[in-house]
Each structure stands twice: as C-alpha cells, then as structure tokens.
Design a binder for this molecule. Sequence first.
Ligand code: HEM
Length: 520
Amino acid sequence: MQHQYYSLITMDDISITSLLVPCTFILGFLLLYSFLNRKVKPLPPGPKPWPIVGNLPHLGPKPHQSMAALARVHGPLIHLKMGFVHVVVASSASVAEKFLKVHDANFSSRPPNSGAKHVAYNYQDLVFAPYGPRWRMLRKICALHLFSAKALNDFTHVRQDEVGILTRVLADAGETPLKLGQMMNTCATNAIARVMLGRRVVGHADSKAEEFKAMVVELMVLAGVFNLGDFIPPLEKLDLQGVIAKMKKLHLRFDSFLSKILEDHKINSSDETKGHSDLLNMLISLKDADDAEGGRLTDVEIKALLLNLFAAGTDTTSSTVEWCIAELVRHPEILAQVQKELDSVVGKNRVVKEADLAGLPFLQAVVKENFRLHPSTPLSLPRIAHESCEVNGYLIPKGSTLLVNVWAIARDPNVWDEPLEFRPERFLKGGEKPNVDVRGNDFELIPFGAGRRICAGMSLGIRMVQLLTATLIHAFDFDLADGQLPESLNMEEAYGLTLQRADPLVVHPKPRLAPHVYQT
Ligand code: HEM
C-alpha cells in the first residue's frame, strides 16, 4: 500500500515537473527576449565603418551629396560612426519630423565642435549656446529687438534703402562685369549693420567689403570641415588638417573687427545708450542692468552675438539670391513670367517695396523653389541627443550627433515630382504643393531647420531674400559675362557649412525700368 501511495505521488510529481520545466524555460525565454528586444534596439543601418576613423572617409568633398547617396542605399535614417562619435542622418521628411518635432526637446543642444570653441568665443554665442537659460535669454533679445514683426517693420526703410543703393550701383556698372553675390553680400551686411550698430560697415567699391565677405565664407568653409579632432579626441591637439590653426587666426580677425565696433560704440554713443537707438546700445545697456530673466551680457557675449548675426545673416541671404538669379538666367521663360507679374503690380516707374511682396504669388513661388533646390545650409546645423531614444524602431544612443539633410529631403523623388527641375508652379494653386511653406512646419521643405532651434533670423531672411530677388529681376535683365551661354552656366556646388556656387555668378546688369528710377 505504502509503496503504491508513494508511487502515485511520484507519478504526479513527475507529470507536474515535466510540465513546469519547459513552461519555465519558455516563459524565461520570452521574458528575456522581450527584455532584450525592449532594451537593445539595433542602431540604424549604414555603411560599414573603418577601424578608428569609422565612416569619415565616406564623406567625400561634398558630405550632403555623399550622405544623400548613402541614404539611397541604406534608407532615410542612417547611422555613421565618425571616429568615436555616433552620427545619425535624417534624409526624409517623416524621419526629420520624428527628430525635430516628436523628439525635439531631446535634440535641442548642439554637439561640441572646434568652430564653437575657437571662433564663436568658446560657446558664448547664440548659435552654439547649450539649450538653457542663457540660450533662452539671447533668443529672446533677438526675437524682441531684431526679428519681431514690429522690429522688422520698423527697419523696413533700412532694407529698402540698402537694396536701393545696390540697384544704383548695378545700374552704373556700364560694361564692367559684376560679381553679383559679392554685391548682395555688401547689401545684406550693411542692412544688418545699420539695425545693429546704427551705421554701414562696408562700401560697394571697398576692399573691406570683399575682405569681410571672404572672412564670412572662410568661417563657413572651416565650420563645414569634418575636423578629425572633433571625432577622434586624441587627435585634437595634433590638428592634422590645420583647421584649428586657421580658426584661431580667423577668430583674431573677427575679434579685432568686433572689438573696435564695440569700443567705438561705447565712446561715441554713451549718452544715447539708455535710449536704445540701435541693438548694440540696447545690449550694452543690458550689460549694466539685470533684465527680467536675470540676464547680463558680458563684452564677450555681445561680440559673440554680433559675430553670429553677421555670419549667419549675410552670406546665407546673398548666396541664396545668387542661386536664384542663376536659375532664372537659365530659365528665361520663368524669368519673363515673374517680370510680367512685377510689371503689372509695381509698374516701371519705381522699384519694388516690401509692401508689394504679399501681392506677388509667382515671385514667392520662385523663391520657395530656389530654397528647395539650393538651401543655404544643406545639412542644417547639427544637434546632439541629450538622452538615448528610439526612432523608427532604432536606437539613437545618448550623445549622438544628429544631421538633417535638408538638401536631400527637398529632392526626395518620393515626395516631389521631377525633383531636380526648377518648377516654381508646383507651389501655386493647382500645383503639387500649393500650401507648403519654408517656415519649419512642412518637413519636406525646411531650409531654416525646425523646432526649438529653428533659424532665429528666419523672418528677416525670408523678407530680405524676397526683396532682393524681386528688386533685381524687376530692375534688370542679366547677361552672363564673357559671352557665356545660360545653358552652359556651371551650377556645381562648393561645400562649406553654407552652399556656395563653385563659380561665382558674374553678370552685366541691363536696366529695364524708367531711367529716373535709378537716379533717386
Ligand atoms: C537665407 C537665409 C537663411 C537660412 C537659409 C538660414 C538657415 C538656418 C538654419 C538651417 C539654422 C539651423 C536651424 C536648426 O538647427 O534647426 C539656422 C540657425 C540660425 N540662424 Fe539662420 N538662416 C538664414 C538667415 C539668417 C539670418 C538673416 C540670421 C540673423 C541675422 C540668422 C541667424 C541664425 C541664428 C542666430 C541661428 C541659431 C539659432 C539657435 O541655435 O537657436 N539666420 N539658420
């Protein structure tokens, strides 16, 4: 009996154990699987990195183009290992939206880089300031005093004045061929200088103007270099590409220009300082008194902000318009259509005013189409992941650099019909994208970036690009220099942080309005 009893228990035991063991195993496996699956998502796909340098050799001379080619192979979200740094690149509108809208708070600072350290006063500026109270204060100052609708309207006369001066210089050129980009840069620089400093800083026939543009372009070229030391810290001191040495030299040139401006201003306008007659006076007065956010600006912070505004607000504008005029020279039928619109709205007895712009839908479509094909910062400005996060099922590790390839996004054949064609009518009623705008809400077209760190000067940039483009094509026809044919105009890009033309546009402007227009 006892034997039977024991044997029964043993039988039950065996059957329970035989069920429990595999069940526990399966459950454990499932838990482990879901744990691993939840915790360790894969990195986004990308090309295999080389030892130590990683994917740096994949970048080539024009990184935005190389990255667009990589995205065609690996998809719209790719991972690159650049030296020791994880870099993720967004190359479609929907991926850009995930980063700059859904995860924008996590990507609201910029990664450490030698340009910020050696040129932009060791991050004391606005463009590279870490996301936080100082960044907020600097943005607020700019938003209020420079870029609010009121501030922009208050200074309309300054922009119109400077564009008027440019128009007269072009009309007086005679047979001399002109580098249009250079002339527009002088115009944009003075328009900003008059608002910030209350005076012009460069003249049209002035060697200082060329020097100033060259300094800004050099800054953009140096800032666009993928400096080995930024990605492989042990190499930083060696400065193998010589970038840091050039940055330090350039910084000294900018600093002496800005220090002189600041000192002159303090001497010449100390009485008016409280009157805030220009932005610099206002910044100087802030230096001495706490503002509402407890912000005080040091001399270095003031110079860093001036540097930002001159650097970010001049070449971006002038090279954008230079591309636009080149496109119109190559598309005479589109040029004729914009000129017809301008002639009917403005007439031939005066130049364009900012107030005319709202009534020029075709001109606006031309400007948008140009922003699409020639965004002045093709990889936008980099951001850094504050924490690890997940995007489209992939792990984006903490500290990753985010690049948004706005150039590739705006040429995505899945989103744009015939993306390489210059076709402004796509933005008109009845076109494929009638409601798409450039202001950071439509992610297929984000030349100014999007989210918290969207371009601070976007409204000024748009106004200035529209006014310059409209005025130039209304007031002039353009022949290319040296008998060059429009169809053979070189449209190659040269890489910097901003997108320069490989060959500057050289033209003979031919006035097309009543002669008195060019005399006032
Ligand atoms: C054609 C004109 C311009 C274009 C295409 C352009 C483009 C950009 C882009 C793509 C960014 C980075 C945005 C991001 O991280 O998402 C940026 C940032 C910035 N831009 Fe512009 N920009 C233009 C004109 C201007 C002007 C006129 C100014 C000022 C005078 C300006 C000042 C700035 C500043 C201060 C930042 C840094 C903002 C921050 O980090 O908070 N830009 N710009």
